[in-house]
Design a protein around this ligand. Structure first.
Ligand code: UDP
Length: 186
């Protein structure tokens, strides 16, 4: 781990939070849970959030070029928000699970594959623009969800294609303002 890079406050912050949770549990008998949330997406993301799913959908819907950082061969595993929330609720309701539990999609996609899938979901041809990879950008990120499956009986229900369809629908409504709003604002 790089402890002093531009992303390090994020990585180290999460690790420290887990350590503190366990200490509170051991020392003060607080009934804690630790969920490790992997790349999650869905309606109500901010359009300028900067995450890959919202960036790609907004770019595709606006007819802008899709910005791929690096080669696009790096992988991520995308979890639809409803699945994540269900996992969090299951984790809260189960007894005596204090060690970290991964909540995420065990199947991974390359960023290039995601771009193609977003183009398909938006029903538009996409044009790619390759930009430099940010510092310390992981090449691969895929959760082992075996513990969540075993301890919580939790597994993913919404496949990427369906989750993207719902997310594209949300952004389409947000980005295309109704005529009435346009005239009153101008
Ligand atoms: N990414 C990209 N284009 C974008 C935004 C992100 O290629 O417009 C890449 C980013 O470099 C990373 C992956 O997509 O490899 C996931 O990025 P995100 O910020 O969504 O999540 P994280 O890096 O925290 O997994």
């Amino acid at each position: 781990m790089n402890t002093v890079g531009v992303r390090s406050c994020y990585d180290e912050g999460k690790r420290l939070a887990e350590t503190l949770m366990m200490d509170y549990h051991r020392q003060n008998k607080v009934d804690t849970r630790i969920a490790r949330i992997f790349n999650t997406y869905g309606p109500r993301m901010l359009e300028n959030d900067g995450r890959v799913v919202s960036n790609f959908i907004v770019q595709a819907l606006r007819g802008d070029r899709i910005t791929i950082y690096g080669t696009g061969e790096q992988t991520r595993s995308f979890c639809y928000v409803d699945d994540l929330i269900e996992g969090l609720i299951c984790l809260m309701n189960v007894d005596e699970v204090h060690d970290p539990v991964n909540l995420g999609n065990p199947s991974e996609f390359t960023i290039k594959e995601l771009a193609d899938e977003v183009g398909r979901s938006c029903g538009v041809p996409i044009e790619l623009e390759y930009l430099p990879l940010p510092q310390d950008d992981p090449q691969q990120r895929r959760p082992d969800s075996a513990r969540a499956e075993k301890l919580l009986g939790w597994s993913l229900k919404i496949p990427l294609r369906e989750g993207l369809r719902r997310t594209v629908e949300y952004f389409s409504r947000r980005l295309v303002r109704p005529e009435s709003e346009k005239t009153s604002a101008s």
